[in-house]
Design a protein around this ligand. Structure first.
Ligand SMILES: Nc1ncnc2c1ncn2[C@@H]1O[C@H](COP(=O)(O)OP(=O)(O)OP(=O)(O)O)[C@@H](O)[C@H]1O
Length: 234
């Protein structure tokens, strides 16, 4: 369980997060949706213990989020995960050396699944291949919490579908708490249980995906549009 309690993050006078209180329940898959600059990455970094709130607090399984709690969660970040001079197999061995929960067997399975060549250098990978390698590195870890910040960035629509299948195959549903910040709402919808909308640093809506589908007949994109106050596109 991840609890945000009156969390505000200020950069200068600007509030990236504004008094956010929310509980992510254990074993559920959440989507964080919202336009550019609404605070999605800030929220992910705060839960990952990489950025500290200006006010309020974040706890993971009852412990305050910091570098220590960060070691028991896998975070797919938008920047800073890959070393350009490394080959793919070196990246895998590096992660294996850094994280005791890293499974080489899972990494091998994912190499095949993601159609990556272990001998290729990171600097020679396309954006899509880099995205797949990042996913390989986080999905090979056996952590209670998985945070994915824009996992589809740079990936073409065909590959996005493959990635969703990969998530379905490699996530431990019901056990891992998975939080995905994304603009690719339609692609991710099949695996989401709950969705929240962030607008200007505030949570403005929260839904159970199946419930709105059954009770209101809405897809998550339609729900998002119906809830979105400013009418901006995400
Ligand atoms: N390190 C930083 N220093 C100053 N301002 C920052 C910093 N990080 C984020 N911000 C600001 O905080 C706000 C929220 O940014 P954030 O990256 O969390 O949004 P986002 O919803 O992830 O956006 P996107 O969809 O474009 O990735 C933005 O106004 C951004 O400029």
């Amino acid at each position: 369980m991840i609890e945000l309690h009156h969390v505000t993050k200020e950069y200068g006078k600007r509030k990236s997060l504004d008094n956010v209180t929310f509980t992510f329940e254990k074993g559920k898959v959440y989507g964080i949706l919202g336009p550019n600059g609404s605070g999605k990455s800030t929220m992910m970094k705060i839960m990952a213990g990489l950025v500290y709130p200006s006010k309020g607090d974040v706890t993971i399984a009852g412990k305050k989020a910091d570098r220590k709690t960060a070691s028991n969660l896998a975070f797919l970040a938008s920047e800073g995960m890959l070393y350009p001079g490394f080959k793919i197999e070196q990246m895998i061995h590096y992660y294996h050396s850094q994280y005791s929960d890293f499974s080489i067997e899972k990494a091998e399975e994912l190499l095949t699944f993601m159609e990556l060549d272990r001998h290729q250098k990171v600097s020679q990978l396309s954006k899509g291949q880099q995205g797949r390698l990042k996913l390989l590195l986080v999905l090979s870890r056996q952590t209670d919490v998985l945070l994915l910040d824009e996992p589809f960035i740079g990936l073409d629509p065909m590959v996005r579908d493959t990635i969703v299948q990969g998530l379905v195959s490699f996530i431990d549903f019901g056990e891992q708490t998975v939080i995905i910040a994304t603009h690719e709402i339609t692609e991710i919808e099949p695996i989401l249980e709950d969705a929240i909308i962030l607008e200007s640093g505030r949570i403005t809506a929260h839904c159970n995906v199946e419930q709105i589908r059954e009770e209101q007949g809405l897809s998550i994109l339609e729900w998002l549009k119906s809830n979105f106050k400013k009418g901006e596109l995400v």
